[in-house]
Write a protein that binds this ligand. Structure first.
Ligand code: MGD
Ligand code: MGD
Ligand code: SF4
Ligand code: MO
Length: 789
């Protein structure tokens, strides 16, 4: 024990690959979640050997657990959770404990730039590499103009880096072709918040877990993907007055196993279920009529859509029992404090925004928002996805400004000292799927990819590989490692990563952390911010008054410029300085200049950011994605009221048929992060999940004479995957594969090469509103294959 009530689990942390959530610290409703100090040091390193502990937050998911990095002899040698941190109260999960620092400290990091000469990537100096980039960039700007340039970034850089990139793209070059892998990740979180409330910004907070009576997880396997948050839920479930858990997921996940109601829906049918839940809440008189009348718009249209969805009809479409839908609705309709979380089972599935907006609708109908325990968490995934959305590196305008509002564009033009006409705002920003389409068609000829690995993470990989390999496109890849994507680049830039640079990032609950540089980057690797600033300098981007566009010396300058950009907007950072972040472990925005505390929950006053002059969007038709436009929006006089929006159910894009009778869905393992660049370099995590597998229901396995470990080919219209079977509690008719594995197993010989990437099979489709690609539904068939294992 250290402080009272705090246990250090240094020794036990070694076993945390198996003991994913650590020991229980149960607590009752409304109590403070107890502290638990988790720590892991490299083999042979004792606490007294550590030279320094450096303040940071874990960058392996959007939970944003506060931590300190252990440094010895200039190297990262371990990590500990910060017990004073607002988010994790000392805890860390397996990825944080192992992969955060082990993943960085690796012998195969990129240490010099590489350039392609005679078809081969060969080492080059920074000067050579940057000169090649700038030469190509200038030539294309002169010959073709800004639309020749595309930037595809991440949810894993720091706020300062995104803001630099956003200013370069919007005010330096003037291209609308900017997006991040956040499009694959949390575009629907942003869209559903914007459509309902008028602007992005998470209404709820994690303290709502401590206070709720019912917890609904919509397509969110929190136990595997936000392990520390799930520890908090487990501690409530094991304490007095536990909340009732309802889970919507086709698989029998660890969260589903703890649920009172588990709705194992057919992939792609979320909207039908949600409309039935809305139907039940309205039909049983569970709505808070006074709240709805005072604070919302659109009830009649919502009622018309929901009326058609009796529990029986939804039960048939979703493949669940009508009585379970009724029970879930009753829990929602009669609990005092419901907390909902939504993630990829909704965001990457059919009709993503429409389905996710129904979660907002349920809360609005019940007047359950902004109160302790009554909250919405339209979740994030990546550690810094939120900052990409805030700063506009994803194509939106910075500070949740509205591209259709000329005053917002003028504000930015003043801030950046450029003509408003330079800033792209004549059409919606180009989303990632469209961006890659433009590369395919040849209109984008300069593509700069930072901190993402699209050759594994985008849908329909054979197509993506062809696009990236097009000889006429100049591709820059900026990464820590020579990834599958970097192998296809013309120039590869070695980046410094977490622990090797300073910057801020914001988790799913608007909580900002400062991550300080702990060690020097390897070789010649440079911070992404320095790389972007170097490019801006070499391109000689200037303000109208002749001064350089970006005069920042480092992250502090970039952060201060961002604070100014955020002033007066929903994500106001003007009261959160680096020094504040060194004092307080985790600070929520908005905090305005002069304020010293933050409000935990948005919208307690039910005053939503839907004022036409203030809102981030005028909204869209949820079925088609068509723009509502300023006139129609203002004519509704929303002025602080939220929107109850819906769309008619249309079902998955590629329903099963005779040739491809099974529904394919994809997702994550607790042990790996995405394309495994860090987790595969942690020996413990890699050993826990070294290669791909596919999950089948017992009935589907039996029908094909298959058992655990048998090798199968899973084939869709676009590609194939070969993997051993795991028979699990997944709903019959559904096949699941994790998407972490690259396109070939590390082969001993050419004959053993086999496709292992889930995205060989996925479909090139996206949600009409958020443009988030559909990774969770496709039609496949499964057959036994004979392969060496
Ligand atoms: N261990 C680990 N943690 C991570 C990550 C990681 O790679 N590894 N990545 C981080 C990131 S960036 C993200 S975005 C999050 C993602 O976190 P989650 O969204 O929790 O993860 P997924 O496994 O992608 O999807 C969640 C669940 O959706 C279910 N599902 C599939 N199709 C459907 C459907 O049509 N309807 C419903 N209701 N459910 C469906 C799947 O069975 C799966 O269990 O995790 C973050 N945390
Ligand atoms: N089938 C299927 N596909 C999916 C999903 C799914 O559920 N199913 N989920 C989608 C989602 S939600 C996401 S978020 C994406 C993730 O997809 P990706 O973004 O492609 O996955 P990562 O492996 O996290 O790639 C991040 C890269 O950034 C590098 N990197 C890390 N830190 C830094 C840094 O500081 N600087 C630089 N320059 N590089 C850095 C890493 O080495 C890594 O190569 O995948 C999506 N694809
Ligand atoms: S829950 Fe997320 S942020 Fe926290 S330690 Fe695990 S990976 Fe890191
Ligand atoms: Mo994500």
């Amino acid at each position: 024990m250290t402080d009272e009530g705090t246990t250090v689990t240094t020794g036990a942390a070694r076993g945390r690959v198996r003991d994913v959530w650590g020991h229980r610290t149960p607590f009752g409703r409304g109590d403070r979640w107890p502290d638990r100090a988790d720590q892991l040091l490299a083999e042979g390193i004792a606490e007294e050997d550590v030279d320094r502990w450096v303040r940071s937050a874990c960058a392996l998911c959007s939970n944003g657990c506060g931590c300190d990095i252990a440094v010895k002899d200039g190297r990262m040698v371990g990590i500990r959770g910060r017990i004073d941190d607002a988010i994790n109260h000392g805890r860390l999960g397996p990825k944080g404990l192992y992969a955060s620092w082990q993943g960085m400290e690796h012998h195969d990091r990129l240490t010099t730039p590489l350039v392609r000469r005679d078809g081969e990537l060969v080492p080059a100096s920074w000067d050579e590499a940057m000169a090649m980039i700038v030469e190509r960039s200038r030539a294309l700007l002169d010959e073709v103009g800004p639309l020749s340039h595309g930037f595809y970034t991440s949810g894993q850089l720091f706020l300062e880096e995104y803001y630099a990139l956003a200013v370069i793209g919007k005010a330096g070059i003037g291209t609308p072709h900017m997006d991040g892998n956040t499009r694959l990740c949390t575009a629907t979180a942003a869209s559903s918040l914007k459509e309902t409330f008028g602007a992005d910004g998470q209404p709820g907070c994690y303290e709502d877990i401590d206070e709720c009576d019912a917890l609904f997880l919509f397509g969110h396997n929190m136990a595997a993907t936000q392990t520390v948050l799930w520890s908090r839920v487990l501690d409530r479930l094991d304490g007095p007055e536990p909340p009732v858990l309802v889970v919507v997921d086709p698989r029998e996940t660890p969260v589903a196993k703890r649920a009172v109601v588990h709705l194992a829906v057919n992939p792609g049918t979320n909207l039908a279920l949600m409309l039935a839940l809305v139907h039940e809440v309205l039909a049983n008189g569970w709505a808070d009529d006074a709240y709805v009348t005072a604070h919302t718009l659109g009830l009649d249209a919502l009622r018309r859509e929901a009326e058609q969805w009796s529990p029986e009809r939804a039960a048939e479409v979703c493949g669940v029992a009508a009585s379970d839908i009724r029970e879930a609705a009753r829990i929602f309709g009669t609990s005092e404090r419901v907390l909902s979380t939504v993630l990829q089972g909704f965001y990457q599935s059919s009709q993503a925004t429409a389905a996710s907006c129904q979660v907002n609708n349920l809360h609005l109908l019940r007047g359950m928002i902004g109160r302790p325990g009554a909250g919405i968490l339209q979740m994030n995934g990546q550690p810094t996805a939120q900052n990409n959305r805030e700063t506009g590196a994803d194509g939106d305008l910075p500070g949740f400004r509205n591209w259709e509002n000329p005053d917002h564009v003028a504000e930015l033009a003043r801030l950046w000292g450029v003509d408003p006409l330079v800033i792209p705002h004549w059409a919606p920003p180009t989303h990632a799927m469209q961006l890659f389409r433009y590369v395919e068609q040849g209109s984008i000829r300069f593509l700069w990819i930072s901190a993402t690995n699209p050759a594994v993470s985008l849908p329909q990989l054979s197509r993506i590989r062809d696009i990236l390999a097009k000889p006429e496109t100049f591709v820059v890849v900026q990464d820590l490692f020579l990834t599958e994507t970097a192998e296809l680049a013309d120039v590869v830039l070695p980046a410094a990563g977490w622990g090797e640079k300073t910057g801020t990032f914001t988790n799913a609950t608007r909580t900002v952390h400062l991550s300080e540089q702990a060690v020097e980057p390897p070789g010649e690797a440079r911070a992404d911010l320095d790389i972007f600033l170097d490019y801006a300098r070499r391109m000689d981007f200037r303000r109208d008054d002749g001064r350089p566009l970006l005069e920042w010396a480092g992250p502090d300058d970039a952060y201060r410029a961002w604070q100014e950009c955020s002033r007066g907007r929903p994500c106001d950072y003007t009261g959160i300085s680096y020094d504040d972040l060194r004092r307080e472990s985790g600070i929520q925005w908005p905090r305005r200049e002069g304020e010293t505390t933050s409000i935990r929950r948005l919208y307690a006053d039910a005053d939503f950011p839907t004022y036409p002059e203030y809102c981030e969007t005028y909204g869209h038709d949820l079925a088609t994605g068509a723009d509502v436009g300023e006139q129609a929006f203002s004519a509704q006089r929303p002025d602080g009221r939220a929107f109850l929006k819906a769309a008619a159910y249309s079902g998955p894009h590629e329903p099963p048929d005779d040739g491809y009778p099974l529904r394919f869905t994809t997702g994550r393992s607790v042990y790996h992060f995405h394309t495994r660049t860090k987790t595969a370099r942690s020996p413990e995590l890699d050993a826990a999940a070294p290669s791909v597998w596919v999950e089948l229901a017992e009935a589907d396995a039996a029908a094909r004479g298959l058992g655990d470990g048998d090798m199968v080919e899973v084939r869709s219209r676009r590609g194939r995957l070969v993997a051993p079977v795991r028979v699990t509690g997944i709903r019959p008719g559904t096949v699941f594969a994790p998407f972490h594995y690259g396109y070939w197993d590390a082969p001993e010989s050419a004959e053993q090469r086999r496709p292992t990437a889930a995205n060989e099979l996925t479909i090139t489709e996206w949600d009409p509103v958020s443009k988030q690609p559909v990774f969770k539904t496709a039609a496949v068939r499964v057959t036994r294959v004979e392969v060496e294992r």
